[in-house]
Design a binder for this molecule. Sequence first.
Ligand SMILES: NC(=O)c1ccc[n+]([C@@H]2O[C@H](COP(=O)([O-])OP(=O)(O)OC[C@H]3O[C@@H](n4cnc5c(N)ncnc54)[C@H](OP(=O)(O)O)[C@@H]3O)[C@@H](O)[C@H]2O)c1
Length: 226
Amino acid sequence: MQIAVLGTGLAGRTLAAALQAAGHHVVVGTRDPQASLARTEPDSRGTPGFGQWAGEHPDIGVVTQAEAGGYGEVLINATSGEGTLAAVGAAAPPPGTVLLDVSNALDFSAGFPPVLSVANTDSLGEQLQRAFPDVRVVKSLNTVNAAVMVDPATVPGEHHIFVAGEDADAKAVVTRLLGDLGWPATSVLDLGGIRSARATEMYLPLWLALMGAAGSPVFNIRVVTP
Ligand SMILES: NC(=O)c1ccc[n+]([C@@H]2O[C@H](COP(=O)([O-])OP(=O)(O)OC[C@H]3O[C@@H](n4cnc5c(N)ncnc54)[C@H](OP(=O)(O)O)[C@@H]3O)[C@@H](O)[C@H]2O)c1
């Protein structure tokens, strides 16, 4: 499958490399490919420069967000919450595209911990679906760290990942991609329509508290029923 990933941060590059390794053809979209490739120094969070990562992944093309939009059947949004609508707008995916949205509405402007810039009555997933009604938005993977997204077995035992979206076929496509990343079908919980994106996005304050308690971002939750 041809998959374009919007996002040069940890989430975007981790997903791109894992999906390419799983046999898909992947490109990464960025606002300015030349400027992104020129970044070779680690950022403030210690993430290595994108240019270094791209050099280590020569089979993954680096394109503009606009070029990424028309690349494949699946477009993954792994851009910051504040950049999400602009990035997908620049990509302008054609009607029918499956848009896997892994973003979170984290606002770090007042420091750490961040606050949510969208909550309660709305979510980034819903904003995307409203802004691009012909695209099939599926919210998933935003509730785990990038390392867990692509290697769920790194967390032992059974644990869960959520999907939310209006289109059953699009959720099936995403569920297959989750399978390619190592998520068994039994670990995928369908929360219904895209409105549930607000629930998984509002999990982030708890995720941050759990990271503090666990002392690591590598964890997940299991939903237990009688
Ligand atoms: N990191 C994780 O483990 C993780 C886990 C779950 C969910 N997420 C979510 O995934 C998303 C990406 O996270 P991240 O940590 O990989 O990186 P990030 O620093 O949150 O986002 C980097 C990406 O956002 C794009 N961007 C920033 N401002 C923009 C703007 N105004 N217009 C268009 N694009 C803009 C950048 O584009 P350029 O390439 O052009 O610079 C870059 O590709 C976030 O929403 C995050 O909450 C991350």
